[in-house]
Design a binder for this molecule. Structure first.
Ligand code: NAP
Length: 309
């Protein structure tokens, strides 16, 4: 089958770091254009809007949206109106209602829609899910701590309401909602807001699953020194640890070989499968948990955030 002709929308950090090189190496896709207010990816034309792109290049078949979450509805709707299949970066939208509307819009338009969770494609996620099957889980602990200054230099959108530390944190939620065998819900949350920002820089979340298993989650966006993206699961038959954003796995302290395939290679392979089967994939569970954290979370004010602090 010939590769799907795809355009990237929003050519920022993640588009350049992951999407462009992954598409360049993919046999399933051909990157043919960029929709950007600035500079398109190398060797492809750039357009200010989807409409302008489709007028010039009606052969484009799909778009991958890499803009910040706020404002996605207009972009998704325009893409669908032009008959394009659509893949979006996480988090899916600014609000739950907006995210929920995408699948329905895509269904009405007869197009494929994929709300991605790149961390679910990390190498240890499927092995961990398989290992946990049939074991009795006693408790789960998540420590997802990184320095926003290092990973999101100057990205002001990250401090918009509803984002902050949940931008990386939702990656951890996307993993645990996939590997744990039962649904879980929020019991308590504490959200720490810098005095000068509209989004939290840290969050402690206490979940419990439908069998009463506690799931304690600690998010921090102000972590200096070593960065931590760990998930630990205590079971009746050993201790599972996922580290480095679920790219590494150990059982009772002994490393397990899980391979090295990059997340975005698997992400685009999944999109190719969805396109081949004309299916959509839009699991909003991680985003729902984030919304619940804002519903239930007690807010405390902490010292102002400074990009140079
Ligand atoms: P970014 O570097 O700020 O780039 C976002 C791009 O979107 C901008 O360069 C711009 O593209 C376009 N854009 C449209 N409206 C914008 C607005 N109001 N503010 C800023 N940019 C706007 O962000 P990013 O890190 O690539 O993140 C984009 C999405 O990918 C987010 O949902 C994020 O959670 C997700 N993501 C990021 C990472 C990461 O490590 N950075 C990892 C995984 C997922 P043009 O200049 O081309 O118009």
């Amino acid at each position: 089958m010939s590769p799907t002709r795809i355009a990237l929308i929003g050519i920022g950090k993640i588009a350049r770091d992951q999407h462009v090189p992954t598409l360049a190496a993919s046999l399933d896709f051909e990157l043919v254009a960029g929709v950007t207010q600035h500079t398109p990816p190398e060797r492809v034309p750039g357009f200010a809007t989807i409409g302008e792109m489709m007028a010039a290049m009606p052969e484009v078949q799909a778009v991958s949206i890499c803009t910040p979450p706020r404002g996605r509805l207009a972009i998704v709707a325009e893409a669908l109106a032009h008959g394009l299949d659509v893949m979006i970066e996480k988090p899916p939208a600014a609000t739950l209602c907006e995210a929920e509307s995408f699948t329905e819009l895509a269904r009405e338009a007869g197009r494929v829609f994929y709300a991605t969770w790149h961390s679910r494609e990390a190498a240890a996620v499927e092995p961990a899910r398989a290992w946990l099957k049939g074991r009795t889980i006693h408790r789960v602990a998540v420590n997802w701590k990184e320095d926003v200054r290092v990973w999101h230099p100057g990205q002001e959108w990250i401090w918009e309401p509803g984002i902050g530390v949940f931008d990386p944190g939702i990656n951890a939620l996307s993993v645990i909602t996939h590997i744990l065998p039962r649904a879980f819900m929020l019991e308590r949350a504490e959200l720490r807001f810098p005095a000068n920002r509209a989004a939290p820089i840290a969050a402690d979340l206490a979940f419990v699953d439908t069998s009463g298993v506690p799931i304690d989650v600690d998010f921090d966006f102000d972590q200096r020194g070593p960065q931590t993206w760990d998930i630990e699961v205590e079971t009746d038959q050993g201790h599972l640890k996922l580290s480095m954003g679920a790219s590494r796995m150990a059982i009772d302290g002994v490393a397990v070989e899980v391979g090295e395939e990059p997340e975005y290679t698997r992400l685009y392979r999944h999109f190719a499968r969805l396109l081949a089967n004309r299916q959509s994939d839009a699991d909003l569970t991680p985003f729902r948990l984030v919304a619940d954290a804002f519903l239930l979370g007690r807010r405390t004010e902490v010292q102002p955030f400074d990009w140079n602090g």
